[in-house]
Design a protein around this ligand. Structure first.
Ligand SMILES: [Cu+2]
Length: 554
């Protein structure tokens, strides 16, 4: 399979006078239909856990390549040119242990200098004049890898202006090559993914994402299903051209979703399980699509309960059962939200479950049905002898106490308005407090203080709002921010869904590091087009040195 992408061929074709079709849709795009691909004909791939490349200053050290390569995503689809980490899409699992330092460097020097997709220069961050006090070049291909949800110093955060091009040009925010990760925080399932200003949507869609786990003794003491019974699930959507290449619109669209489900880099895969308990680490890693997941028994009978014990970080207050017999019927994940769940298949030998999706796109909080109604399939084996399963019963799993954020400690309340307008090109422009990314930093929490942020959504679509550096509690939602949040989103969050017409109230403690960090919508098309703002954690004099972080309880 040629490494030349369709887009590069089209560019050449246009130069020769052959017109390529260009979509100028500004709303939701359905311009492209992927080839029809048979569902559930290939097994779910499980990403490998990455071995460290050695040690540096006592910390395990990883040096991860960022390259372009081809990978087969479905047996009936020609190989797809993607970008990925260590030559795989998604990248390998990088594992940290709580309170043990890890150092990671990303090497993108072998990446092509032209992008896999068209870079729309109307979007901020794609040209030198977009940056304040910067007159260097802004190459088309640039990457910077962010570790999502980590309690980490500014310089290691992998922020939007810290990008680097394959030939070594660095963005104005670039500080250092090696990310220093202290892992001084609770266990979590999270992700490392691209965050380059103005092209994050393109880089992540090209494939730049992988799992990051923090494991802890506290978690291991719970006796959860482990080893081959612990399954990571990275949920994405993609669209394809007939030649197998990824389809993404040539011009900016504010809402784009693929028409094909991709899980762990495979189109509509199936997973074979034994009739026993499994743990699933779920992340919605789609650019902009929300998933509202249900199990459907193909024989029309009952389905097992999904027992959720963690959201983005740490542990929930207690296990939350999800399913048709419970208060919460489904697992709702907006982009980059996570869920750790246990499912017991022991009573379902020989049965097949389809994982279905009822979230509309773009998501409006209605759950009225999806254009992508199926995601993957789970087939339970029917062996002669029942497998031995000594893992804990999720129905009465006692979860470790969380170091809850004290609501009474909040001294500052900030109101943030999520709004939509049009930019000078007529493109939909989503903003936070009517401000763009490079405007003055006005949000300056004091180190070691707790704040309440009120996120008011005045637009017609839901926005998943993410804060770097911290995890937070969700203390209210609904029209006035006073409705109790669902039990599986109350604590341990770093992304929160804000539905249209809602005000979501979050409780945030700025505990460990000073410095500048972004908060943004995690719909990548919105984030790329200005729905991102900075906050700066300051000490009394605003310029105090970055303080060492302290271990947390679990
Ligand atoms: Cu948004």
């Amino acid at each position: 399979m040629s490494k030349i992408s369709r887009r590069r061929l089209l560019k050449a074709g246009t130069a020769l006078g052959i017109a390529g079709s260009i979509s100028h849709s500004i709303g939701k795009t359905t311009a492209q239909s992927s080839p029809a691909l048979e569902k559930y004909v290939q097994p779910l791939p499980i990403p490998a856990v990455r071995d460290p490349d050695g040690k540096r200053k006592g910390a395990e050290y990883h040096e991860v390549s960022v390259t372009e390569f081809t990978q087969n995503l479905h047996p009936d689809l020609p190989d797809t040119t993607v970008w990925g980490f260590d030559g795989s899409f998604p990248g390998p699992i990088i594992e940290g242990r709580r309170n043990q330092h890890l150092k990671v460097r990303y090497d993108n020097s072998q990446l092509p200098s032209d992008h896999l997709f068209d870079v729309d220069e109307r979007i901020r961050g794609t040209k030198p004049e977009d940056y304040p006090q910067y007159d260097g070049p802004v190459p088309e291909a640039r990457t910077v890898t962010h570790f999502h949800g980590l309690n980490i110093e500014h310089a290691s955060d992998g922020q939007a202006t810290m990008w680097k091009s394959p030939d070594g040009i660095t963005g104005p925010g670039f500080v250092k090559h090696v990310h220093d990760i202290p892992n001084r925080q609770s266990r979590c399932t999270t992700t490392y993914h691209d965050h380059a200003l103005g092209i994050s949507r393109l880089n992540v869609y090209a494939g730049l994402a992988g799992f990051y786990f923090i494991r802890s003794q506290v978690e291991e003491n719970l006796n959860l299903p482990s080893g081959e019974y612990e399954i990571p699930l990275m949920l994405q959507d993609r669209s394809f051209n007939e030649d197998g290449s990824l389809y993404y619109p040539d011009s900016f669209v504010a809402n784009f979703a693929g028409d094909t489900a991709v899980v762990n880099g495979a189109v509509w895969p199936y997973l074979e399980v034994e009739p026993r308990r499994y743990r699933f680490r779920c992340i919605n890693q789609a650019n902009g699509r929300t998933f509202n997941l249900h199990l459907k028994n193909e024989s029309g009978t009952a389905v097992p309960t999904l027992y959720q014990f963690a959201a983005d970080h740490g542990f929930l207050k207690s296990v939350v059962p999800l399913g048709p017999e419970h208060t919460l019927k489904s697992l709702l994940l907006s982009p980059f939200e996570r869920a750790d769940i246990i499912v017991d298949f022991s009573e379902y030998a020989g049965e097949t479950f389809t994982v279905t999706n009822t979230a509309e796109f773009p998501f409006e909080g209605k759950n009225e049905g999806s254009d992508l109604p199926e995601v993957f399939q789970i087939r339970v084996a029917d062996p002669n002898t029942k497998p031995k399963d000594t893992s804990a019963d999720p129905a009465d799993l006692a979860l470790p106490p969380n170091s809850d954020i004290n609501k009474n400690a909040a001294r500052t309340t900030r109101h943030m308005v999520l709004s939509m307008t049009m930019d000078k090109y007529g493109l939909p422009l989503h903003l936070i407090n009517h401000s763009r990314f490079f405007e003055e930093t006005t949000v300056k929490p004091q180190l070691d203080t707790t704040e309440i942020w009120e996120l008011e959504n005045t637009t017609h679509h839901a926005h998943p709002i993410h804060l770097h550096l911290v995890d937070f509690s969700v203390i209210g939602r609904g029209p006035n921010g006073t409705k109790e949040p669902a039990p599986n989103e109350q604590i341990g969050k770093d992304v929160v869904r804000v539905n249209p017409g809602e005000t979501v109230r979050i409780l945030v403690k700025f505990g460990d590091f000073t410095g500048k960090f972004p908060f943004h919508c995690h719909i990548l098309e919105h984030e790329d087009h200005e729905m991102m703002r900075p906050f700066e954690v300051v000490t009394g004099n605003e310029n105090g040195p970055s303080r060492k972080s302290r271990p947390q309880k679990n």
